[in-house]
Structures are given as structure tokens and as C-alpha cells.
Design a protein around this ligand. Sequence first.
Ligand code: SF4
Ligand code: SF4
Length: 512
Amino acid sequence: MGKFAPDLTFEKFKENLSPDDFLFSVPALYFSSRRGRVLIVEPESASWIVLPQADFSFLTSTGLINPGSNERTFRKLAGLKLTPPPESPSPADYLLHLLYRLFIRNMVTVNGYSYYQPSSLWRVQKYPHYFNLHLTESCNLACRYCRVDHNNPDPMMMSVETCKKIIKRVLEEIPGQKCIIGFHGGEPLLNIKAVVEGSRYAREVAVSASKELSLSLQTNGLLLDRYSQVLKELQVDVGVSIDGPEEIHNRLRIFRSGRGSFQEVMAGIEAARKSGLNPGFLAVIHEPEDYLTVARFMVEKLKARSFRLNHSCYEGRAKKELSFNLQRAADFAHHWLQLIDFAQEEFVGTGTWLSIDDLNLFVAHLVAKQRPHMCYRSPCGAGNSILGFGHDGRIYPCEELVGKDEFCLGQIDDPIPLDRLLSESELLARLARNRYVDNVPACADCPWRHFHGAGCLNKSYEYFGHTAHRDPMCYFYRTVFEELLWRLSENREIKNLISYYKKYIRIEEEWL
Ligand code: SF4
Ligand code: SF4
């Protein structure tokens, strides 16, 4: 850091800069221009700025910003002209102020020192805190994009004994104060015995292990009329999968007979609410033009202010049943971006901001250095933030990898303590290395690499057959990150879309 401390103000920058200091340009910046303004991105530190064309032209004339060249150039401060060009509305100290703004974004360095040390950014936790248990692989629906694609007559139920063993071992053997146990499947409520006994047991062990415990369950909603009351008593946070209004939901979330499940899911949601549960909602979008309709449904029909919209993925049953055309990523980007206008309209109408996953997270990545969610960062959370457990007690780096032998880390009956299993695992070390964004061909020089983090290793594996590949929806991410930056530069209120992530990040206010 040299003579510049963190949280550097312009006054301190000016005070500490001396005429003998050398300013260095930084290579490999990304440039894009639109309507008389220029966006500059510094990929290593995920920093950005939008400048009026006049300021940009002035900077390029100094040689400190070199579009089209990866050469590092340097200038002595004393040799720089510090007055604004006649057409600029900027005040005196014009260049110094511009230099300050570039310096705190790692776009110029002073005497070779950058404001952020890339090696100290993007650190991730060592041990997972989220443990996702597949209580069964069977389901009472046969959704056309299901990741599990279970047609086996064996219901593959996790025994209560295995469930308790996993809970005890993760709570007692994995360091960390906070712990989330998530019940998944298949449809986890088909194994209600494990949900009930596992939840009660987890509460007991959390007390003796002095852990803060949260319990969650993701359901298709069909059994909520039967089990909402017990879930309420167990204090389990419930998420319901519902894909939007009836005509959209019933296309893909179907029974084995082919009949849509919308009416049953809505009845389940009603039962949950009557029992005092406040369920969250997740929709999977397969047709990009459905984004706005589904978002409206969430807000107007379900009265939800917070919900998740995922795009469908090439995996499991979807590989056989759905088509994934080449134009898909561009179409998804186009329609997904309309959610920003929708959220703004909602704010104007109600005075509150919607929370839409992952729009909230992407905005958070633009205004902060923290990466609070396990996905969309490098390395991703597989094995360091999450572990997945199969019904048979096998252990995987992520819930999405459960059941794939090539990613199995071990078995819950193995004697090795779980913290050692993780820290000594060659598979985990290899995945983290291969998947690190700088090691993924095509991502290594991508301007969005530390905003996006190369995407999901499971989705790359499913689509391309190996993990060291960029995300199959790469074009979507490239497009939406750039567009979000432009929108944010035009309207700083968009930062309010970060919603609950504001608890976990420190906004770089100077940037806005
Ligand atoms: S997946 Fe695409 S957008 Fe993401 S870091 Fe890699 S190249 Fe960039
Ligand atoms: S494997 Fe995919 S879903 Fe799992 S933590 Fe990594 S990015 Fe997220």
C-alpha cells in the first residue's frame, strides 16, 4: 500500500502525493463507449468507472490510460498538466481528482503500488457452513428439467440414522460458528421422518456444540397441506418451487401422468401460510420471455417481495426433454434485464425495493469487493462453503454434484474427521485449482472474471464434459454485467436492488 492507507479520501491522496511520484498506467483494462461516455473496467480488482468522453480523451493524452495497448507507461507527476481542458466542466484539481478516482480503482498505480492488492482480494472461507442433505432421490412430481431424473423403483431414502450421523459430524467436526442444514431431494417431505427427527436432533447437537443453527427445506409444495404445521413447530425455513402462473408452471412442473401441478402447489402455499410459515419462492425459467410474467406473478399473486428466478440448465432430465438453442444466452440476457425496470416501477409504486435473486447479488458484486454468496465467485463455494450429502451418506463438494461418483469425497462412515477430509482432499484441491477463474481458458482474460467467477463447475461439467470450462451461459453473464454497470452509472438508486446482501458487504460509496 505504501503511503496510501485503506479508505483513502481525495484530501489524503492529494496531501500524500509528491511531484516526484511516478504514475504508472495499468495494462489489460477493458473499454466500452456509449452516448459520449466511456466505461473502463479493471478486471483483476473488479473495479470500474464511467467517464465523460472529454475526461477520457484528456487522460489518454497523458498516456496514463492506453486503450489498445497492454504496455505499461509511466509519467512523473511533476510533468503532468493539472488544469482542465477548456471544454471540460470539471473544477480545478481536475486531473488530480481524476487520478484519485483511477487510483482507488487500481487503474493507475503510484510508484508501482496499487490501492487494492489483488492477492488480498477474493479470499474465501476454508470450511463449509451449509450442509445440504438429499433425504431421498424420489419425487411425487416428474418435472421436465429435474436434475435428479429418478426413474428407479428404489426410493433411495436416507435413513434417520444416516441423517443424524451427518448432522452430528458436521456440527461437531467442521469449524465455524454458523451452520445451515438444508433438506433437499428429490422431494424431501417424502422422508418426513428424517425431516422431523433430523431437525430435533440438530437443535440438540447445535446447543451442545455451541453453534448457531438454521434449518431449511426446499419442496415442490405438494405435501405442505399435510406437513406445514410440523415444519412450523420445527422452525424450518421453507422454500417452494413454483414456476409462475398456471400456464407457465404446468408446462414443466408436471406429475408422471403429464398433468400440471399448479393447483396442488398453490393449495400447499396456502396451507403453509395458514400454519404461520412464510415460504420463499423459486421459479425456474426456461422460456426467457417468461421472466416478466413470472416476476409479476410473484409480486401480484403471491404477494412476494423476495424471490429467486433461476434459468433452466442442461442437466438431468432436461437434457432429454428440453431444447437449449444457441441463441439462448442472448435471449435470456435481453429479457432478464427487463427485471431492472420492473423493480424500479415497483419501487415507484410501493416505496420498497424487490429482492430478486440473483439480480441482487450481481448488483452487490458491482459495488463491493466482498463475494457473499457461494456461487458467482472464484473459487466457487464447492467444498469451502457447501457440502452435499447423498441419501446413502456419500459426501460431495456441492448439492449439485450429489450422486456423481467422480466428485465423491468420501462417506459419512469413514473414520477420518470431516475437517481433515476436506483439507486433505486432492479432489477438492484439484477442483479449486482447475476452476480458479484465472486457470479457466476463455475466462483468464475476461473483463468480468471477478464479477462472475467463471460460473458453476457443475453446469460446465454437464454441458462441456469437464470442469475447467467457462459457464455455458457465459454470453448472458458478459452481457448483463456490462449492462448493469451502465445502468448503475446512470441511476445510482439501482444499488438498492442488493437487498439483504447489504448486511454482508461494504459498498464502495466513492464509486457511485
Ligand atoms: S464464464 Fe464467461 S463471463 Fe464468466 S468469467 Fe468466464 S469468460 Fe467471463
Ligand atoms: S458447484 Fe455450482 S452450485 Fe455449487 S457452489 Fe459451485 S457454482 Fe455454486
